[in-house]
Design a protein around this ligand. Structure first.
Ligand SMILES: Nc1ncnc2c1ncn2[C@@H]1O[C@H](COP(=O)(O)OP(=O)(O)OP(=O)(O)O)[C@@H](O)[C@H]1O
Length: 334
C-alpha cells in the first residue's frame, strides 16, 4: 500500500442548488481535501453542513458547480463507467422494492455488479445470515441499514462511501459494523465516512474534517483535532476547604477554572503536570479530592466547541445537541 497515493482528491469544490443569487443555495462552498489509499476519512458536521451534498459529488451523482473531484484518478460524474465498478456506495436512504426478500434483493444487485460476492458471504459480513427469506418490508430499520452495507460491499470495492452507516443501529450492531469497517480498511479499502456519532469517528478514522455551513473548518487526525482543546480535571474539595486554598492555578498549568455546586473543574493543556501538582499538594495537606476525574478532551467536545457551544452543552451526545449548538462562529479557521 502506497499511502502517498491519493484515491480521492477534492479541490475548491462547490455545489449550488437552484439558480445564482438569492433564489439558489450554495451548500458546498470551496471544500478541499485528499484521501490516501487505505485511509479512513470521516466527514463530520452539524445537520445541513453539506456532508451529503459533498459525498454525492464524489459518488458522481451530480456535477459540481465549481472546483474539481477525482476518484481513482477519474472525474466520477463525467467518467462514471470508469469509477462506478470500483466503488461501493451506501446512501443515507437505500430504496429497495419492499416485496422482495433479502436474498432476492442481493441477487438482483449482484446481477448488476462485476465480480459480486456470493449472497451468503455478503449477508455473513453484516450479520444477516438467517434473514435471507425475510421480505424487505419486514426488516427492522437497523437490518435495512445492514442490508444497504452488504450491497455496498458486494463488488469488493476499492473505495467505499458510507453516508451515516450506523444510524438506527443498536449499540451491538454498531460495534459489529465498526469491526467490519476496520477489517475492510486493514485489507486496503479506502473509506469515506459521514457520521453524527463522534465516538464512531474517533474510533475508526485516520483523519476527520469538520464541516460547517458548506466549508471545512477543521481537519486532521482525531488526536490533532482533540489536542487543540484542553484536558479537564474535576473534583470536590473536602468540607472547610475552598478553591482559593489551592496553589496558584497558573503555576499548575491551569488555563481556566470553574466552580459549580462545590465541584471544581480545571482546564489544562498539560494534564500530567497539572494533575501531578494537584496530587502532590493534596498529599502535603493530607486531604482527599473527592470524585477526582481527569481526562483529555474528546472529539465530541472539540466538535461542540467548533460548532460554537461550550463542551458541556453536549455532554453525552453528539448530533442533536451539536445541531442545536451550531449558531455561533467556529473558533478555528480553515
Ligand atoms: N436538493 C436540494 N435543494 C436545495 N437545497 C438542498 C438540497 N439538498 C440539500 N439542500 C440543502 O443543502 C444544505 C446541506 O445539506 P446536506 O444534506 O448536504 O447536509 P448534511 O451535512 O449532509 O446534513 P445531515 O447531517 O442533516 O444529513 C442544507 O441546508 C440543505 O437544506
Amino acid at each position: 500500500m502506497d499511502i502517498g497515493d491519493s484515491v480521492i482528491e477534492v479541490s475548491e469544490l462547490r455545489r449550488r442548488y437552484g439558480p445564482e443569487g438569492d433564489k439558489g443555495f450554495e451548500a458546498v462552498r470551496g471544500v478541499s481535501f485528499t484521501v490516501a489509499r487505505g485511509e479512513l476519512f470521516a466527514l463530520l458536521g452539524t445537520n445541513g453542513a453539506g456532508k451529503t451534498s459533498t459525498v454525492e459529488l464524489l459518488e458522481g451523482l451530480a456535477r459540481p458547480s465549481g472546483g474539481r473531484v477525482r476518484v481513482l484518478g477519474h472525474d466520477p460524474f463525467e467518467e462514471r463507467s470508469a469509477v462506478r465498478p470500483r466503488v461501493g456506495v451506501m446512501l443515507q436512504e437505500g430504496g429497495f422494492p419492499s416485496d422482495l426478500t433479502v436474498t432476492e434483493t442481493v441477487r438482483m444487485w449482484a446481477g448488476c455488479t462485476t465480480g459480486a460476492r456470493p449472497v451468503g458471504e455478503a449477508l455473513g459480513l453484516v450479520g444477516l445470515v438467517g434473514r435471507g427469506d425475510v421480505r424487505i418490508k419486514q426488516l427492522s430499520g437497523g437490518e435495512r441499514r445492514r442490508l444497504d452495507l452488504a450491497l455496498a460491499l458486494l463488488g469488493r470495492p476499492e473505495v467505499l462511501f458510507l453516508d451515516e452507516p450506523t444510524t438506527g443501529l443498536d449499540p451491538e450492531a454498531r460495534h459489529t459494523t465498526w469491526e467490519l469497517v476496520r477489517r475492510l480498511r486493514e485489507e486496503g479499502t479506502t473509506v469515506l465516512l459521514t457520521t453524527h456519532y463522534l465516538e464512531e469517528a474517533e474510533a475508526l478514522a485516520d483523519r476527520v474534517a469538520i464541516m460547517r455551513e458548506g466549508r471545512i473548518v477543521t481537519s486532521g487526525a482525531p488526536g490533532e483535532v482533540i489536542g487543540a482543546y484542553p484536558a479537564r480535571i474535576r473534583f470536590a474539595m473536602p468540607v472547610g476547604w475552598f478553591v482559593g486554598d489551592l496553589p496558584p492555578l497558573a503555576e499548575l498549568g491551569v488555563v481556566r477554572h470553574e466552580e459549580t455546586g462545590g465541584r471544581i473543574e480545571l482546564q489544562t493543556r498539560e494534564l500530567q503536570r497539572t494533575l501531578t501538582g494537584l496530587l502532590v499538594w493534596a498529599r502535603e495537606q493530607g486531604i482527599e479530592l473527592e470524585g477526582l476525574d481527569a481526562r483529555t478532551a474528546s472529539l465530541e467536545e472539540a466538535f461542540l466547541a467548533i460548532a460554537g457551544a461550550g463542551p458541556d452543552a453536549g455532554a453525552g451526545m453528539s448530533a442533536g445537541a451539536a445541531t442545536a449548538a451550531a449558531g455561533a462562529g467556529a473558533r478555528r479557521g480553515e
